[in-house]
Design a protein around this ligand. Structure first.
Ligand code: F1X
Length: 367
């Protein structure tokens, strides 16, 4: 089978171009308004947006602490037009450059100040979270299949709560109840002998709250002996969870982090690369688990490759073999999807032109 080409930023009519040309201007406005930034910081944000819409990719400053990482991850992109860059590469670099524009890594008053913090805090302050998570109190400690289905679906549809995504897509579109692929039974079978579970988190707030509910349930029922929760080392894609976002989510849920949950991070989680490029130490870490749960749309893109896949491509032909069973829990928020049958694709294409990107549809897809 021929591997399809990578999705590129500038291809007319494709989603990646919408993200850069429609979502990013709104995003930059929101970031500029989020904190009392200096004139220089606001100018740097504006210059980054202009550069990304029409220009060539400029390097990080010479004092960037992660210069060596980005030299290794460059893949020949710096210096080329943004429009020609792979979507996956360019988005990660765009978020890294936002951190540069707001002096996130520079010693001084803005060092370590999360540019997305006010947006994240607003989400956690939403009173509807109380009723939306009310069902958690009724979860039992028995290995009940209905409870498993509930916690898995909550983790899937929690992935709609992605602030960068909601900058572009209308919030009103109700999710479907349907999972386009539902490998919940496979997930259960993967834990027929309990073992350690690795959960690669995506967004903080509502999504990581649902992930913690899933983790707690797996621990409470004894299906998981321990859980490793991988989060981002720095602010990324607006709402991606960092360690402090996990603390905030635990507080919002009113349940402290279980002693059997270890929160970990790795520089690779903010790298512009797919899972095929996982560094050896992280690959070994993941392989030490009985099951890996990869949350969210970006991790899905990284798992199967951010390519122009025919949606009927078998999962195993596309997804990277991590040497351990993997289940991806995501809502469809980008053009990348594999493992569907032709009838489902035809039905969705006819009914909803934006089904791949609208976030209405979810999947729990195993490799
Ligand atoms: O990984 P997540 O948070 O589920 O989604 C990331 C996302 O918002 O970013 C990409 C475009 O910016 C899309 O693939 C997707 O909609």
């Amino acid at each position: 089978m021929l591997t399809p080409p990578e999705l590129l930023v500038g291809t007319p009519g494709r989603y990646a171009r919408e993200v850069f040309h429609q979502r990013h201007p709104t995003l930059i406005d929101r970031v500029a308004a989020a904190h009392p930034y200096t004139t220089a910081q606001r100018a740097a944000l504006g210059a980054l947006l202009d550069e990304s819409l029409t220009g060539e990719i400029r390097p990080l400053p010479g004092d960037a602490p992660d210069l060596a990482d980005w030299a290794a991850w460059d893949r020949g992109q710096v210096g080329r037009p943004w429009a020609d860059a792979p979507f996956l590469w360019a988005e990660s670099y765009f978020y890294r450059r936002i951190l540069d524009a707001v002096d996130y890594f520079r010693p001084g008053p803005w060092h370590g100040v999360d540019p997305f913090r006010p947006m994240k805090d607003a989400e956690l302050a939403d009173p509807s979270l109380d009723s939306d998570f009310g069902w958690v109190a009724s979860l039992g400690r028995e290995r009940d299949e209905a409870d498993l289905a509930t916690v898995v679906r909550a983790a899937v549809f929690g992935n709609r709560a992605d602030i960068s995504f909601r900058l572009q897509e209308p919030a009103g579109d109700a999710p479907t109840d349907e999972l386009l692929v539902d490998d919940t039974a496979w997930l259960r079978a993967a834990l027929s002998e309990p073992g350690p579970v690795c959960l690669i988190a995506d967004n903080g707030g509502r999504e990581v709250m649902a992930d913690l509910v899933l983790a707690n349930w797996l621990l409470d029922t004894g299906l998981a002996t321990r859980v490793t929760l991988h989060v981002k080392p720095a602010p990324y894609y607006v709402s991606d969870a960092t360690a402090s976002d996990v603390d905030a989510a635990c507080a919002r849920l009113g349940r402290p982090l279980d002693a059997r949950v270890a929160v970990r991070t790795h520089s690779f989680w903010c790298a512009p690369l797919a899972f095929g490029d996982l560094p050896a130490d992280l690959r070994a870490d993941l392989a030490g688990h009985r099951l890996v749960v990869a949350k969210g749309d970006l991790n899905y893109r990284r798992l199967v490759g951010d390519r122009d896949w025919d949606p009927t491509t078998p999962v195993r032909a596309a997804a990277t073999d991590l040497g351990v069973p993997v289940v991806a829990l995501r809502t469809c928020k980008s053009e990348v999807v594999v493992g569907l049958d032709a009838a489902t694709v035809a039905r969705l294409d006819a009914a909803e032109p934006r089904w791949r990107v609208s976030g209405r549809h979810g999947m729990a897809q195993a490799r």
